[in-house]
Design a protein around this ligand. Structure first.
Ligand code: BJW
Length: 243
């Protein structure tokens, strides 16, 4: 790595669907991606949910079944190991699969929510964890007030959770090193986080087998699957005497 590694006190990581690909979780874009067979506007917008909550819940029920059978891979585990190395380490994820926490990561900022949580669509504002697979009732209802429940995720056109977005932006602006792992860097505002890090002078490494709109801007682009590239990058780092 070109920068002086002893300078690094603060690290931010941005992950996307690609980090979970080798766990068996489908990505969104590209061949085999979820948007290959489904239109996002039919399934991942407030309008789609309003029009047909059952259809949207059936899709989430299918994904919950699929993801519930997946385990964290070497990339998730490497990020967990990295967390214990730095006092200031923030893992920002666009993923809703919960695999970073399952791998043991603690400082996880979930920008797009979590598919193992539901929330009430009416006034009671309740949010709760529900890990049942398959769901017993589709669409599920709020246990408090009986209103329709929705997945506690962020759909297109919706604002990201304010606290999570602020934490992610702050981490991007103060980090000296940012790893961008397995994201197409197309969806805003997440895709702007590496740009904020670059603007603040951070060294940015992208890990993705495919180029993205970010690739020309980063300091290093590792064109390999995350479960291969990330453990090796970490091994090289520690071998350079940075323990
Ligand atoms: C591997 C690999 C391996 C494969 N190893 N890598 C300009 C500014 C601001 C906003 C917008 C804007 N233009 C448009 C917008 C709106 C929109 C947006 O960004 N649209 C773009 C598509 C153009 N953004 C929004 O609506 C957001 N809200 C918002 O902006 O609020 C403010 C606002 C409100 C109202 C009006 C206007 C503004 C919300 C975005 C919510 C995204 N939601 C989803 C679904 C979440 C729930 C669910 O899962 O069901 O989030 S969509 C989907 O995309 C999901 C992902 O988190 C997100 C990002 O995808 P990701 O993770 O990058 O996955 P992929 O599949 O795209 O890429 C995978 C990558 O992995 C690929 O590059 C592979 O090569 C790679 N890979 N194997 C490493 N083994």
């Amino acid at each position: 790595m070109d920068m002086s590694i002893s300078e690094v006190r603060s690290v931010a990581v941005l992950t996307g669907a690609g980090v979970s690909a080798e766990s068996g979780v489908p990505t969104f874009r590209g061949p085999g991606g979820l948007w290959h067979n489904h239109r996002p506007e039919d399934l991942a917008t407030p309008h789609a949910f309003h029009r047909d909550p059952r259809l949207v819940w059936e899709w989430y029920d299918w994904r919950r079944g699929l993801i519930g059978a997946c385990q964290p891979n070497a990339a998730h585990h490497t990020l967990t190991a990295m967390e214990s190395h730095w006092d200031d380490f923030v893992l920002v994820t666009q993923n809703v699969d919960g695999l970073h926490r399952l791998a043991g990561s603690r400082t996880v900022v979930e920008l797009h929510g979590n598919l193992w949580r539901m929330r009430c669509t009416r006034g009671c504002h309740r949010a709760w964890e529900d890990r049942s697979v398959p769901l017993t009732d589709i669409p599920p209802r709020c246990p408090e007030c009986g209103a329709l429940a929705r997945p506690d995720v962020v759909w297109f056109g919706e604002s990201l959770p304010e606290e999570a977005l602020l934490a992610a932006l702050a981490a991007a602006r103060r980090c000296q090193l940012m790893l961008v792992v397995g994201t197409s860097a197309l969806v805003q505002p997440a895709a702007s986080l590496p740009l904020a890090a670059l603007q603040s002078g951070a060294y940015v490494v992208e890990i993705n087998p495919q180029p993205t709109p970010l690739s020309d801007r980063v300091h290093e682009a590792l064109r390999e699957p995350a479960a291969v590239a990330l453990p090796r990058w970490w091994r090289n780092w520690t071998a350079e005497g940075n323990r």
